[in-house]
Design a protein around this ligand. Structure first.
Ligand code: ADP
Ligand code: 5GP
Length: 207
């Protein structure tokens, strides 16, 4: 069966990584693509795990070499998903999970038909600010610029397949998990397996 591509987006600080970490613990067969970025690491971030941290020059060089399946400028830095990261997951027959911004999500949807896009929203702007401040990983001016961008960015949720309000963490984890599991059960995705297991040719729609 062809692997799925799951994209998750949402304003910085909404809880995407927190949700994804828990979903990845609970759902087997998922591979998270570690992005490249030119932004400096936060104090708790590990190179190769949270991001591949590179200089702006190195990032531009990779763009010129065609190393990215998608990349974008987000805030003042570059972020991109390398072809190598995606291919490695596909070769291992894993479903691919990406945490990328709406520009990247649009590009991925163009590249991989059938990819599924999930947008995570905060319960309110005030709560987003609380989470950004509570995370205590960014300077005051960085937090302000991210909050300023949040409302504009959230307009993109209109063209995503699913929207999840991240109020209670456990509830959001269950929702994202359910979306992934439901997508895996989609009949169009399962039919090749039905044919293989039962050695039958399934009827096309309307036959
Ligand atoms: P993102 O990856 O979207 O930038 P994070 O996962 O780093 O966001 O989460 C930002 C902060 O919000 C973290 O301190 C995290 O513990 C907290 N957080 C995430 N989800 C919730 C939630 N449902 N309720 C309260 N705090 C949350
Ligand atoms: P942060 O700096 O908070 O980790 O991420 C900032 C934004 O960049 C988030 O919206 C995140 O989804 C996005 N992002 C992270 N990696 C990528 C990527 O590889 N490509 C794109 N287009 N956006 C990314």
């Amino acid at each position: 069966m062809a692997p799925h591509i799951f994209v998750i987006s949402g304003p910085s600080g909404v809880g995407k990584s927190t949700i994804l970490n828990k979903v990845m613990e609970r759902v087997a067969g998922l591979g998270y693509t570690v992005s490249h970025t030119s932004r400096p690491p936060r104090n708790n971030e590990v190179d190769g795990k949270h991001y591949h941290f590179v200089s702006r020059e190195e990032f531009r060089r990779m763009v010129e070499q065609g190393a990215f399946v998608e990349w974008a400028q987000v805030y003042d830095d570059y972020y991109g998903t390398s072809i190598k990261e995606v291919k490695e997951k596909l070769d291992r027959k894993l479903d691919v999970v990406m945490d990328i911004d709406p520009q990247g999500a649009r590009n991925i949807r163009g590249h991989f038909k059938g990819s599924l896009l999930i947008y995570v929203l905060p319960p309110s702007l005030e709560e987003l600010e609380r989470r950004l401040k509570g995370r205590a990983t960014d300077d005051k001016d960085v937090i302000e610029s991210r909050l300023e961008r949040a409302l504009k960015e959230m307009e993109s949720c209109a063209w995503y397949d699913f929207i999840v309000f991240n109020r209670e963490l456990d509830d959001s984890v269950r929702k994202v998990e359910s979306i992934i599991l439901s997508e895996r059960c989609r009949s169009s995705h399962q039919l090749p397996r039905v044919e293989e297991v039962f050695k039958i040719k399934v009827l096309e729609d309307g036959e």
